[in-house]
Design a protein around this ligand. Structure first.
Ligand SMILES: [Fe+2]
Ligand SMILES: [Fe+2]
Length: 304
């Protein structure tokens, strides 16, 4: 495909575009280095934990490591789709997005190595629901953007990637990490990493939310595509959360001593459901606009 025009030759970057503002934010906030995080206390804490308790961390780490690697590998078609559509500011923001995910992958791998589980194969903790999302739905919907960047395809890709993987599963994962390890006063290194990840993911979520919002504004058919796909994926996401909880409960039954690490299953399930509902309601808000231009104007005026 030949270029017909260049935005920065005929005019300028749209400095007010929501995605350009997000790009500026990413340059300011996203300059942490996983290699600078000190995992020496984590190594000590991890080795002091009894074997059964150490197991509590492994399914979560298995979910996160694969998850971050999957989103790193699978993001490029989204960037190419935005570039092809002439969305310069979105493309600029996505360069920071890719780099963020790369660092998240690096962070977990470094931690696993630091605490001595670098060579352990953790894929046994990926159940069928996890596989449905991360091994199948995510790469399928992202790869489709290589040949089809229709609104439907973009909505489905952003729904699985940004709304379910980042917005429900990753958010619930951070929450669980903090619930278990912050309360116990353990693993300060990975908790610091999680804080950085959480901040990065906030920007990723804004990208996904905005991308879906502008496509559903004034278009009920597109809204239905989003809504139905959310419900379809939620079944698998929730099943995976229940599976993590059941593993933790099995652990508890074999432990005869007072556990250092505790997981509150009711709160975790409620938290995941709350995240799911927040994602849905944010997209629903776009229905009140007649088209993407109206939404863009409103978004530009509220973003700092
Ligand atoms: Fe990430
Ligand atoms: Fe992300």
């Amino acid at each position: 495909m030949a270029h017909e025009t260049f935005q920065t030759v005929e005019g300028q970057i749209n400095w007010d575009a929501p995605m350009y503002k997000l790009y500026e934010k990413a340059k300011r906030q996203g300059n942490w280095n996983p290699a600078d995080i000190d995992f020496s206390q984590d190594k000590e804490d991890f080795q002091k934990l009894k074997t059964e308790e150490r197991m509590t961390a492994l399914p979560l780490v298995a979910a996160f490591s694969a998850g971050e690697e999957a989103v790193t590998i699978d993001i490029l078609p989204m960037m190419q789709a935005m570039a092809r559509q002439g969305r310069l500011e979105d493309t600029m923001f996505l360069t920071t997005f890719v780099h963020d995910e790369v660092k998240h992958t690096e962070m977990f791998s470094r931690w696993q190595e630091a605490v001595g589980i670098g060579d352990m194969n953790l894929s046994v903790f990926h159940n069928d629901s996890y596989k449905r999302i991360f091994y199948e739905a995510l790469p399928e919907s992202m790869e489709r953007l290589n040949t089809d960047d229709s609104p439907k395809a973009v909505i489905r890709a952003a729904t699985v990637y940004n709304m379910i993987v980042e917005g429900v599963l990753a958010e619930s994962g951070y929450y669980t990490f903090r619930q278990i390890f912050k309360k116990a006063g353990l693993l300060p290194g990975i908790l610091k990493g999680i804080d950085y990840l959480n901040m990065d993911e906030g920007r990723h979520l804004q990208f996904g939310t905005y991308t879906i919002q502008r496509l559903v504004a004034g278009n009920e058919e597109n809204f239905k595509i989003f809504h139905d796909y959310m419900d379809e994926l939620w079944v698998h996401a929730y099943d995976f959360i229940e599976y993590l909880i059941s593993l933790a409960e099995q652990q508890r039954q074999i432990i005869t001593y007072d556990p250092v690490l505790e997981i509150n299953s009711t709160i975790l399930k409620e938290y995941a459901l709350k995240q799911f509902n927040i994602r849905k309601s944010k997209i629903e808000r776009a229905r009140k606009f007649n088209n993407a231009d109206e939404l863009e104007k409103a978004a530009a005026s509220v973003q700092e």
